[in-house]
Design a protein around this ligand. Sequence first.
Ligand code: CAO
Length: 538
Amino acid sequence: MTIQVITVPDLGGADAVDVIEVCVAPGDVVEVEQSLVVLETDKASMEIPSTHAGTIVSVKVNEGDSISEGSALVELEIEAAEQAAPAADIPEPVVEAPSAAAPAASEPAAAASAEQTVTVPDVGTDEDVDVIEICVAVGDTVSEGDSLIVLETDKASIEIPAPAGGKVLSLSVNEGDKIASGAAIAVLLVEGSAPAPESSAPVAQAEAPAAPQPKAAAPAAPAAIATPSNESTAESDDGAYAGPAVRKLARQMGVDLSKVKGGGPRGRLTKDDIRAYVTKAVDLATSGKVTGGSGIPAIPAVDFAKFGDVELVKMTKIQKITANNMSRNWLNVPHVTQFDDADITELETFRKGMKAEAEKRGVKLTPLPFLLKACAAALRYEPAFNVSMHSDGEHIVKKDYVNIGIAVATPAGLMVPVIRDVDKKGLWELAEESNAMAKKARDGKLMPMDMQGGCFSISSLGAMGGTGFTPIVNAPEVAILGVSKADIKPKWDGQEFQPRNMLPLCLSYDHRAINGADAGNFMTFLVSAIGDIRRLLL
Ligand code: CAO
């Protein structure tokens, strides 16, 4: 019995390769050529086979380690007889000798570094292999290590890299060709060399017609040597038909290969397929037109003209902003709307009694200032309504000021100016300010500051009609009061029905910030304060 340390073989120049899979554990009995670990460079994944049969004593690497040629992989206890017959034959990088060809330049040394013919390295088989992808075109500039072509054997797909940076002068292969080790792939004009400009070449030739131009056959570093393996690296558990570099890119981008359609020959996945998939996913996510999964399906476009005459009217800026805000608030805020009627019989008697004085003051006294005053008192009474959800998702912001927005319908669209410190203002002041704000809104004179800082909103459709509606919370506020048209209704006083002037109220609230009991308290307080405005003095 001897202990054999199996190390990382020659990786064709690649160093610091990733261990992406450890296939054995201490105590495992392994056969010759059984995979020990899977390594991955940016060009290939390679299974490192056991050189002997035996029992694993210890594993020296972990998944995620970065290792190089010569690093210890496992300690293997082998039978004495086994020692003489290591079986795995890891293909070595093939560096071809320079071959002479082509017409000369006058300075052989400079010309020798000008063009390089890249050939197929030893791919571990004498058979012809398929060219399944050409990654460059004539005229392309490549960097050292960029893939030139992809070959496929029955064991692996192999990307043949450029041995040096430069320009692709010619390609000798096409997709679908069958080629063998040693075949020419491309001619590169290598960066940093000093080839004679095309136009000057004939001159050089004339000056030195007999001088041969050496052309270096590039050492086609087998960055993607297929290791002996029973599995193809092109197709694996996920069923995707992709090479190692494509798999690595997909992993880096978090792409599930089984979801990507291959655009290469025979449906093979290419890097471009991965990039296109990611671009499409990002576009979809940022366009708001998510059409599947958990996203919101887009409303399909309709050709309305098919059904009758139509006119396209451009939306105003305010209409567009309102549309956006409404969708945002409707989708973000879990709404609940609670309804009640406030008895405004006394309020209306009082308000009408104040009409002459209002006229003298030059103010229009509608129910709105009373509602503002009552809502301010309710916000103080039930502070759960005077909050906002903090954007960090961890806090609730409690406010110690009472600013209330009023929804104003204007020709340009809906606007919500904010009346500040409503709790500190009297009815006349509120009447004056709401009249002024509504006028400013209709005249298109509101400043951004006039519409900021609200704690709560009132949307009154009382002048128009209706018995109730469900207003949308004006986030980041957490509640809004909808007011419908007051009407005389029979109200049971315990003995008989009395004709009372009833004002329908609709309170929508953000159920993340406010629970039903808070809303019940708020509404009950509001209804009683409006029903008896003397309570607002308490
Ligand atoms: N029930 C019955 N009558 C009502 C009422 C109600 N709830 N609210 C107001 N009225 C009466 C007023 O008393 C006034 O009548 P008088 O002149 O006889 O007193 C009349 O209706 C018109 O009032 P107004 O509309 O001029 O004034 P207001 O203070 O009630 O409202 C404002 C001001 C700015 C809120 C309103 O003009 C407005 O723009 N409302 C639309 C709001 C809106 O579009 N909301 C929807 C938002 S969500 O889409």
